[in-house]
Design a protein around this ligand. Structure first.
Ligand code: ADE
Ligand code: ZN
Length: 338
């Protein structure tokens, strides 16, 4: 099963680049930039990765991201992620970044976007992986701050695929960000939002009705509301589910109890993603592997979710059909082997 999963062509649609910062690179950049992490060693830092909720994690995640100072730091971070993604045969990756985490520390928007974009361009050439950048607004901050951030990002409009909504969910509903999402849509940017990770099903509805997002990130708590489930199925709204993340942050007790199988069986357009792989114990292939081991998904179901990931991406129609053809070829060679 492991080699099947690693080789399965797939897209990753929910990964925060700051969440791919491995402790080794964090310490190296801290030393280079003369910044402090607050932990003495890689081992001590790893030991701190015990979270009881999203906020616990976000506190450490923001602290870690503070080692990123210049365009080359963002380049190295993204290059390392894309290398890991390619090892899981990710053929297309849509990468989230938290601009405000950096601009609020005095790092220029240009340094962030240029570093990320250069790494993406290089990986497209070297690894044949296609990519896109999605800038997430931090929902614990105000809509005015999000609007300022959008203004700062617009000179780099051509390097952006879309905008998203991340950070502390409960108490910060999508309704807080209606105008900034409308403005982003008017600029032709794609839109997604985290909803129903820790927040209630109502936040998923708000994200769809008020922000008009094209995908929901997580969405697991939608399962508490059967009318919403029916709507998500009818509208085929893609959900970017992150199983290891949900267990690590205590949203779900274990992989065996994860709602992903129920979501899949009820006909929702689910995809499997890593969220913050350096913090949650695995990259996208490890997430596929965890659900295959503990929920009983077979190869056909995993292949269907890989197809969903391609279909739910914002890749061009041509790129999508090429990756679908790769999946077809892979599935056929697997069938021939049996
Ligand atoms: N930012 C990084 N990871 C996140 C998550 N799981 N939920 C919300 N915001 C995040
Ligand atoms: Zn996320």
């Amino acid at each position: 099963m492991e080699s099947f999963i690693r080789g399965l062509p797939k897209a990753e649609l929910h990964v925060h680049i700051e969440g791919t910062l491995e402790p080794e690179l964090m310490f190296e950049l801290a030393a280079k930039n003369a910044t402090t992490i607050g932990y003495a060693s890689v081992g001590e830092l790893h030991a701190a990765y015990e979270f009881s909720c999203l906020q616990d994690f976000l506190d450490i995640y923001h602290q870690g991201a503070a080692v990123l100072q210049d365009a080359n730091d963002f380049y190295r971070l993204t290059t390392a992620y894309l290398k890991n993604a390619a090892a899981d045969n990710v053929r297309h990756a849509e990468i989230f970044f938290d601009a405000q985490t950096h601009t609020n520390r005095g790092v220029a928007m240009g340094a962030v976007v240029e570093g990320l974009s250069a790494a993406c361009a290089n990986a497209e050439e070297q690894l044949g992986i296609t990519t896109g950048l999605i800038m997430c607004f931090l929902r614990h901050l105000s809509q005015d701050e999000a609007m300022t951030t959008l203004d700062q990002a617009l000179p780099y409009r051509e390097q952006l695929l879309g905008v998203g909504l991340a950070s502390s969910e409960v108490g910060h509903p999508p309704s807080k960000f209606v105008e900034v999402f409308a403005r982003a849509r008017a600029k032709g940017l794609h839109t997604v939002a985290h909803a129903g990770e820790e927040g209630p099903p109502e936040y998923v509805r708000e994200a769809l009705d008020l922000l008009h997002v094209e995908r929901i990130d997580h969405g697991i708590r939608a399962m508490e509301d059967s009318e919403l489930v029916a709507r998500l199925r009818y509208e085929a709204v893609p959900l970017t589910v992150c199983p290891l993340s949900n267990v690590k942050l205590g949203a779900v007790a274990s992989i065996a109890e994860h709602p992903l199988p129920a979501m899949f069986e009820q006909g929702l357009m689910v995809t499997i993603n890593s969220d913050d792989p350096a913090y949650f114990g695995g990259y996208v292939g490890d997430n596929y592997l965890a659900v295959a081991g503990d929920t009983g998904f077979d190869k056909e179901a995993l292949t269907e979710m890989a197809r969903n990931s391609v279909e739910a991406s914002f890749a061009s129609a041509d790129r999508k059909s090429r990756i679908h053809a790769e999946i077809d070829g892979y599935a056929a060679s697997e069938a021939g082997r049996r």
